[in-house]
Design a protein around this ligand. Structure first.
Ligand SMILES: Nc1nc2c(ncn2[C@@H]2O[C@H](COP(=O)(O)OP(=O)(O)OP(=O)(O)O)[C@@H](O)[C@H]2O)c(=O)[nH]1
Ligand SMILES: [Mg+2]
Length: 231
């Protein structure tokens, strides 16, 4: 694993949090969204997982390129009847995971719809990762990896196959997404600095650390204001 992005738990470093990244996890019901979150945030897996009602979030704090990043990951309900509720949570999300089940073709066929919904409700710069979960069920696979790779390339998404059950690729996929988000906001901050300095005062960019308020209950919209360039 990347040394700079060790995914280490930093529970006692709340006061030092540099960024809070909101990430939403979406996809059809029973593809394993809740278990992916559980694996990433608690290293736990539950065979008897109950279908999520509405939306809830979990957090994990990691370091990326020397910065302390709190990932606030929103677990949404995949069931159709909650659609109207869940799309409201896309606002302010810097990243999204669109999950399907490699053993259920319809869950992959519906991915295009989930991505469309994200593009309609989320920010343009949102980083999206396509996740084919339950890769441990090798003999039940019906979605070939190539189909997903082709779709991801076509749509400009990152892609990983994971198993929440074994833990394979779960940390890697989340950490990559967080690293990509970090890249996007760093670039925005630079562009913002460029515009402000108008090319005349490069020193303005130096040490322009963005201070974020610690605490999981801070409004995401506030976070967004602080972490994104507004010029
Ligand atoms: N074999 C296997 N089973 C998994 C995996 N991930 C989840 N499951 C099982 O799939 C079922 C559904 O998992 P959930 O995480 O609850 O699915 P969800 O996407 O959150 O579903 P909703 O909350 O209804 O949207 C549960 O029985 C899990 O134990 C995996 O990687 N491998
Ligand atoms: Mg769930």
């Amino acid at each position: 694993m990347n040394q700079e992005m060790n995914g280490g738990e930093l529970e006692n470093h709340e006061e030092k949090i540099d960024y809070v990244f909101k990430v939403v996890v979406i996809g059809d019901s029973a593809v394993g969204k809740t278990q992916l979150l559980s694996r990433f945030t608690k290293n736990e897996f539950c065979f008897d997982s109950k279908s999520t009602i509405g939306v809830e979030f979990q957090t994990r704090t990691v370091t990326i390129k020397g910065k302390v990043v709190k990932a606030q990951i929103w677990d949404t309900a995949g069931q159709e009847r909650y659609r109207a509720v869940t799309s409201a949570y896309y606002r302010g999300a810097l990243g999204a995971m669109v999950v399907y089940d490699v053993t259920k073709r319809p869950t992959f066929d519906h991915v295009a719809r989930w991505v469309e919904e994200l593009r309609a409700h989320a920010d343009n710069s949102i980083v999206i990762t396509l996740i084919g979960n339950k890769a441990d069920l090798m003999d039940q696979r019906v979605v070939p990896t190539e189909d997903a790779v082709e779709f991801a390339e076509d749509q400009g998404l990152f892609f990983s196959e994971t198993s929440a059950l074994s833990g394979d690729n779960v940390d890697k996929a989340f950490l990559r997404l967080l690293e990509e988000i970090y890249g996007v906001i760093s670039k925005k901050a630079l562009e913002c600095g460029d515009k402000k300095s108008n090319g005349a005062d490069a020193a303005m960019l130096k040490g322009s650390k963005i201070d974020l308020i610690s605490g999981s209950d801070l409004e995401i919209s506030e976070m967004k204001k602080l972490s994104a360039c507004t010029c």
